[in-house]
Design a protein around this ligand. Structure first.
Ligand SMILES: [Ca+2]
Ligand SMILES: [Ca+2]
Length: 297
């Protein structure tokens, strides 16, 4: 309405001083374009991704890259190269890592992607007593995208993190030849693991209690989502490939154990792959399924 009124007023003014019609058109188009650009700018600003560095207090404290987005705040632990915390819009941490040795499922085992375990080292896990160190570099830092790459201390593995307004992608870009990895969400839906927590996945549109397990390869697109009855949102995990490897889920007393490319203790992934993690502001299966599918577009 504002734009129409402005244009009409401009046209009246132009006519009053009897400008040629093509000049009026040019002025009107310029004003329209300016308003449109102002509109774009406002909308871009509401989708910013910011990077800072500090400590993840609840995890140790441990040193972390802190990536703030409109949908989540990520704490990427700097020595190990895995997420130690992931806060939703209400400040609730759905990962719940801490580095206390012996805390097991209550802390030190938690995280994402917890990808390389006793292969050519143990990497891409928030630093605990069993994790090997990795070196990191900020590769891209702009308004809507932050990229951080981690290289394992032995130089054999490279993992790339891409943070966007709506989600985060983890890509294993280099694999140590002859070894395998998996990509896991070992966390706490809604801040703690409760019997009333639940999950969905791409194999079934039924709401499963958190203690139900799932075995086998998921249908495409391969995804899981985890919820808590007191939360209006779910945390999702998505494999960007349709592969044939198992994607097993089991619960532990204090955390989830979802592994893409995992069955029991076996790891199956040995090529570069991308996985997403993020929050979806719904707990309805159709909405979650649609939103996850959008990530691939
Ligand atoms: Ca919970
Ligand atoms: Ca699979």
């Amino acid at each position: 309405m504002f734009r129409i009124k402005k244009l009409a007023a401009l046209q009246r003014q132009c006519m009053a001083i009897t400008l040629p019609k093509n000049v009026i058109t040019t002025l009107a188009l310029t004003l329209g374009l300016t308003l449109a650009l102002v509109g774009c700018k406002v909308s871009n600003e509401s989708y910013s991704v910011t990077l800072s560095q500090g400590m993840d207090e609840s995890a140790g404290p441990v040193p972390a890259y802190i990536i703030s987005t409109p949908s989540a705040t990520y704490y990427l632990e700097k020595e190990g190269g895995g997420l130690s915390s992931m806060l939703d819009k209400d400040g609730i941490d759905w990962i719940g890592f801490n580095n206390i040795k012996g805390s097991g499922w209550k802390g030190e085992y938690r995280g994402f992607p917890n990808a390389i375990h006793k292969q050519d080292g143990s990497y891409f896990h928030a630093m605990n007593a069993g994790t090997d160190a990795a070196n990191s570099e900020v590769v891209i830092e702009n308004k809507n995208h932050v990229r951080i790459a981690f290289t394992s201390a032995n130089g054999k593995w490279v993992g790339q993190w891409d943070f966007y307004p709506t989600h985060c992608d983890f890509t294993m870009t280099q694999i140590s030849q002859g070894y395998h990895y998996w990509v896991q969400y070992e966390g706490v839906p809604g801040g703690t693991m409760d019997d009333t927590d639940f999950w969905y996945n791409s194999a079934t549109d039924t709401r499963h209690p958190i203690n139900d397990s799932h075995k086998g390869d998921l249908p495409s697109p391969e995804w899981y989502a985890f919820g808590d009855e007191s939360s209006p949102r779910m945390l999702f995990l998505l494999n960007h490939d349709d592969d044939t490897y198992p994607d097993d889920y089991v619960s532990r007393p204090y955390m989830t154990v979802l592994g893409f490319g995992r069955q029991g203790k076996n790891k199956f992934l040995d090529t570069p792959k991308t996985f997403s993690i993020g929050f979806i502001e719904s707990v309805e299966y159709e909405n979650v399924s649609d939103a996850v599918t959008q990530v691939l577009k």
